[in-house]
Design a binder for this molecule. Structure first.
Ligand SMILES: [Zn+2]
Length: 486
């Protein structure tokens, strides 16, 4: 806005200010807001200063899905490292705080990544971007409204959580949810909760306006949650025109060619076969666009790889080829290259021949705690955990040849309680004294195998009344000592 000249009357000055204050705010896209307001700090960026979306055009469309007027609700980005994943995150956070306020959560895999995010990205973004800083209701670090992992701002709150705190994750409702490195979440979740289900529940109070963004490099094929989301998405890849024939195509690792010792690295156009040099790349990317392979899917998905790194923002093609030649014969390092640079899930070749349903195919139905015919004995394996005793009951019967045994897992129970207290041991005693039903008219109780009892009982003197600790050597093929014998 141009300020009123000094000779303007006070009334004109006042009305101009009022008009500005009352004028409807022009709705901006996330990329437009970032180009106007976002400042990159030297603390967290190789190129400090004003943000420019044109410096890395593939970021524009995924970022704009987080805009207030975009109809897109869920976005998954299966991306390589060093491709601006965290910058998308920060731009979406800044935009939501300064332009489209509402409750907002950023979720990271663990405490370490959370600390790094706050110190290297969020903190500098808040410091360097006045438009965002001005929204904070307090900048005093001692205020409850400005904790390290919580910021109160005009029109909303920003929660920063990690997968190691599922209790807090379960209790917060937000309109915008940003999940960084989704594939690392599963390993950090405790209590058997499904990370995706729990995270999706955070936005259920905003059915018509929520936004969810998942950004991650993928992990192992078939287990990667990012890949699962990607497969359900509309699967967009960034298509760029060949500088020789104009054919639009995504850049793929298979298209990169090189001579001996990683010399003469170039890309081969899939249409005309002409050599594309790396110096063509910037212009090609500028003229490119995202193209869905699965149009119509509700979930928006973006996948890109290291061939699209802009000069100065990641390794060039020659360096990538050298990295490839260095690691391609070592499965562990090859996995890292595939996940981190190509953003492809890793498939272990030795697992291809494994039929995942093989065990299920061989299973026979039977009722729990019911002994099949021919059972000689039942053993109980007891593990001692800090807050429970997991118990598995196994029934044993003669095998098809002399000296062999067949077994059935007839029950598995977790007894909650502190092993230092009596209550859980009393529960164990009751469990072990409970008779198992026999398929025919027989029954028995169970005793743990001696090795388990000796290895896991924390206080051998404690459960004197429990079957578990009173057991002496008891060969699994011997009859159960309780009556009637099995
Ligand atoms: Zn071509």
């Amino acid at each position: 806005m141009i300020l009123a000249p000094s000779h303007a009357s006070p009334e004109r000055h006042l009305s101009a200010a009022l008009a500005r204050a009352l004028a409807p705010r022009k709705p901006l896209l996330v990329s437009e807001w970032a180009d106007l307001h976002r400042r990159l700090s030297a603390k967290g960026s190789a190129r400090p200063g004003q943000w420019r979306t044109d410096a890395n055009p593939p970021l524009r469309e995924p970022m704009d899905c987080l805009s207030a007027r975009s109809p897109v609700r869920d976005v998954v980005c299966m991306w390589p490292i060093q491709f601006g994943k965290t910058e998308i995150n920060c731009n979406a956070v800044g935009y939501t705080m300064a332009h489209n306020p509402g409750p907002l959560m950023v979720c990271l895999p663990g405490e370490v990544s959370l600390g790094k995010y706050i110190d290297q990205k969020l903190g500098p973004m808040l410091e360097e971007t006045p438009a965002v800083r001005a929204t904070l209701t307090s900048i005093a670090s001692r205020e409850a409204s400005n904790r390290r992992d919580f910021k109160d701002y005009e029109g909303g709150q920003l929660y920063i959580e990690h997968a190691g705190s599922p209790a807090r994750l379960k209790s917060t409702s937000v309109r915008t949810l940003i999940v960084d490195e989704l594939d690392e979440f599963a390993a950090n979740f405790t209590g058997g909760d499904d990370p995706l289900t729990m995270l999706e529940g955070r936005t259920s109070a905003f059915p018509g306006t929520y936004k969810r963004l998942y950004i991650s490099t993928p992990g192992i094929r078939g287990l990667s949650r990012t890949e699962m989301l990607w497969l359900k998405s509309d699967q967009r890849r960034y298509h760029v025109p060949c500088p020789h024939c104009g054919e639009l195509q995504p850049l793929e690792w298979a298209g990169l060619k090189w001579g001996p010792h990683a010399t003469r690295v170039h890309y081969l156009c899939r249409e005309c076969g002409a050599e594309i040099q790396e110096h063509h790349k910037r212009e090609m990317i500028l003229q490119g666009h995202w193209e869905p392979a699965n149009p119509g899917a509700r979930l928006r998905g973006y996948h890109i790889n290291c061939l699209y790194y802009q000069p100065g923002l990641g390794p060039d093609w020659q360096t990538l080829v050298e990295l490839w030649l260095d690691c391609h014969s070592d499965p562990a390092r090859l996995k890292t290259f595939l996940n981190d640079r190509l953003a492809e899930p890793w498939e272990d070749p030795s697992m291809r021949s494994v039929r995942h349903n093989l065990v299920a195919d061989r299973a026979e139905p039977y009722a729990l705690r019911t002994l099949p015919d021919g059972v000689l004995a039942v053993t109980a394996g007891v593990d001692v955990q800090d807050n429970r005793l997991p118990v598995q009951l196994i029934a044993w019967a003669p095998g098809p040849s002399l000296g062999t045994l067949r077994s059935w897992a007839i029950d598995y129970v977790e007894l909650p309680g502190d092993p230092a207290e009596d209550a859980v041991w009393t529960s164990l005693t009751e469990l072990l004294n409970t008779r198992c039903c026999a398929a025919t008219a027989r029954a028995c109780t169970s005793r743990p195998p001696p090795s388990t009892a000796a290895a896991t009982a924390p206080r051998p003197s404690r459960p004197t009344s429990a079957h578990a600790a009173s057991a002496g050597p008891w060969p699994s093929s011997a009859p159960c000592p309780t009556t009637p014998p099995c």
